[in-house]
Design a protein around this ligand. Structure first.
Ligand code: UDP
Length: 480
């Protein structure tokens, strides 16, 4: 601070909930430390930020929002398609990235107008490093994932262990890794795959390159959760990085936990009242993130498995473009009726952090999106891991093999539309195993310990608190 006034940081998240939600938390956290945060987004994504921004203004926390235009039509997308959760095919994903690639000029315009001291831009905007360089400011990257996943990606880029096997389903080991971790090619994140000549492949190559040339990386994690990988990333792989998470915990300070992302499809009080009537650790929460991901056939299997498990549950069912349809063929005959009082189905958006933090919730079935994993850890919950795509298979390894607070459902293959064929028996078994019995108790007590460490990490003097201080100091001295 001092004579130069407030440090001004510009945040530019990718247009997907898993990227925008933690960015909003990050902006709050920076504001709480006296930094002036500005977020850039597009018109149809703005409500995700504005409600929170308006609410916390009364608490004296100022976040500015700048709205730019998303070129959906120019990229061949339907009008109004501005969020990755509206994108349902490989072709559309590619067009979506094309549209984001067209945002460069608008970003430059914003930088010219606002003159920030630093740009925190999403991994998926590799060109942001050059834009920041034009204005002589550091570009930080936000990936929204774990140190573990960052190390896995980097190890795959450096040593190409996936080339040592002859089929997609054969296991290879990540070389020079802190633990022995096996993966298959079918489990690699999109940006770690063999690259062809497509538009998307080129973006992913640029994503890797821009990681090497950016000023550093902000990680939504805390040191005590994955110390071997925080060290490996910084000391062995040589990356400049700061861990400042779990970001979702900053809402404790500003009393703003309920509203994250979209408007919830259920009144949060109804949901919490339902949970209030349940015993501690007796409800399993089942949710697979912000993207609609299951076929009706897979939803049917989940319903059958949950019912057979005899466990109480809250299940968030997302059906994407089918969400509005009356047809609910995925439901076994009379399922919801039979489950009354025992299972609550939320069609659409759930107030996830509030649910996870409720004492009645005792387990979490997750797709291993990093925000969800970290929210589960922060709530002290054991997890059933059911990875689908992106870097979720890496996060699964961390949860099940290193932290030992989760059980794998046995998904093998990367897929945007899970037709992976996980059968009801596997779901039934995992639901029971994570909720009751000795193994469940052991995992729960390990998870609880992480919950406490997570809270300490973000408190004054904690590892994440201190690392954020270091980052802010560094950005301040960069200005001089
Ligand atoms: N989320 C939520 N309600 C839902 C689904 C998701 O609040 O019904 C939030 C969740 O708490 C998390 C984010 O959306 O913060 C999802 O991010 P994650 O990285 O877990 O998965 P992604 O959606 O990116 O696959």
């Amino acid at each position: 601070e001092g004579t130069m006034g407030q440090l001004h940081v510009l945040f530019f998240p990718f247009m997907a909930h898993g990227h925008m939600i933690p960015t909003l938390d990050m902006a709050k956290l920076f504001a709480l430390r006296g930094v002036k945060p500005t977020i850039i987004t597009t018109a149809l994504n703005a409500p995700i930020f504005t409600k929170t921004i308006d609410r916390i203004k009364n608490l004296g926390i100022e976040i500015s929002l700048i709205v730019i235009r998303f070129p959906a039509l120019e990229a061949g997308l339907p009008e109004g398609c501005e969020n990755a959760d509206q994108v349902h095919s490989e072709e559309m994903i590619s067009k979506f990235f094309k549209a984001t690639g067209m945002l460069q000029e608008q970003l430059e315009h914003v930088l010219r107008e606002t003159r920030p001291d630093c740009l925190v831009a999403d991994m998926f905007f590799p060109w942001a490093t050059d834009v920041a360089a034009k204005f002589n400011i550091p570009r930080l990257i936000f990936h929204g994932t774990s140190f573990f996943a960052l190390c896995a990606s980097e190890t795959i880029r450096l040593y190409e262990p996936q080339k040592s096997v002859s089929s997609d389903s054969e296991h290879f080991i990540l070389p020079r890794f802190p633990h022995e971790i096996k993966l298959t090619r079918m489990q690699l994140a999109g940006h770690d795959r063999e690259h062809g000549d497509t538009y998307l492949s080129k973006v992913f190559i640029q994503v890797k390159e821009s990681e090497l040339t950016s000023y550093g990386v902000i990680v939504n994690s805390f040191y005590e959760l994955e110390p071997a990988y925080a060290d490996h990333y910084r000391m062995v792989l040589g990356r400049k990085a700061w861990h400042i998470g779990p970001l979702s915990l900053c809402n404790r300070e500003v009393e703003d936990k309920g509203q994250r992302g979209k408007e919830a499809a259920i009144d949060k009080h109804d949901c919490l009242t339902w949970l209030d009537s349940k015993k501690p650790d007796s409800v399993l929460y089942v949710c697979f993130g912000s993207m609609p991901n299951f076929t009706d056939a897979q939803l049917y299997e989940i319903a059958k498995g949950l019912e057979a498990s005899g466990q109480q549950f809250i299940w968030v069912v997302r059906r994407g473009e089918k969400e509005e349809e009356e047809n609910e063929k995925w439901q076994p005959e009379g399922f919801e009726e039979r489950m009354k009082g025992k299972g609550l189905i939320i069609r659409g958006w759930a107030p996830q952090v509030l649910v996870l933090d409720h004492e009645a919730v005792g387990g979490f079935v997750t797709h291993c999106g990093w925000n969800s994993v970290l929210e589960g850890v922060s709530a002290g919950l054991p997890m059933v891991t059911w990875p689908l795509f992106a870097e979720q298979f890496y996060n699964e390894k961390l949860v099940t093999e290193i932290l030992k607070i989760g059980l794998s459902i046995g998904a093998h293959e990367w897929t945007r539309k899970a037709t992976d064929g996980i059968e009801r028996e596997a779901i039934e078994k995992a639901a029971k195993q994570i909720m009751v019995g000795e193994e469940a108790e052991e995992m729960r007590s390990r998870a609880r310990a992480f919950k406490d460490t997570a809270r300490k990490a973000v408190e004054e003097g904690g590892s994440s608190y201190t690392d954020l201080n270091t980052l802010i100091e560094e950005l301040n001295s960069y200005r001089h």
